[in-house]
Design a protein around this ligand. Structure first.
Ligand code: IDP
Length: 148
């Protein structure tokens, strides 16, 4: 089954949105495979956002993501990578539809509450950057048969 890496950014943690965000993915029917509140080192931030190294906002992005704890998660489910991106909404909250996380809770692109992997390749890379294999739980949920 497909897995994705999702992370409540420091602004989402400060704004007490961890529970709200976890709840949305839980209610959707996805399965939580791992989660932790953690600080991101500058080195990890630079690796995670490596594709944006040449962008003018890279320094600001690294400073922001290391400015306070994040809530890192791995979620599993059918098409979870694409569906989680839909549930997050557009990168810039001004373009994010209502009823998406960014549409409902964020105003600016620099403080857009949540990160989510954008492809199978980045999901695999990001999960292994943030989680050891033993931190992920493999289990079946009894409601699974009512979702699939
Ligand atoms: P994504 O988070 O929706 O995948 P990306 O294009 O991968 O969007 O950008 C990563 C993050 O960089 C965004 O979530 C946003 O917080 C930040 N970012 C993107 N564009 C800008 C910008 O123009 N100024 C400041 N931050 C930006």
């Amino acid at each position: 089954m497909e897995k994705t890496f999702l992370m409540v950014k420091p602004d989402g943690v400060q704004r007490s949105l961890i529970g709200e965000i976890v709840s949305r993915f839980e209610k959707k029917g996805f399965r939580l495979a791992g989660a932790k509140l953690m600080a991101i080192s500058t080195e990890l931030a630079e690796q995670h956002y490596g594709e944006h190294k040449e962008r003018p906002f890279f320094g600001e992005l690294v400073d922001f993501i290391t400015s306070g704890p994040v809530f890192a998660m791995v979620w599993e489910g059918e098409n979870v990578i694409a569906v989680a991106r839909q549930m997050m909404g557009a990168t810039n909250p001004k373009d994010a539809a209502a009823a998406t996380i960014r549409g409902d809770f964020a105003v600016t692109v620099g403080k857009n509450i949540i990160h989510g992997s954008d492809s199978l390749e980045s999901a695999e890379r990001e999960i292994s950057l943030f989680f050891k294999e033993e931190e992920l739980a493999e289990y079946a949920k009894s409601i699974g048969e009512w979702v699939y």
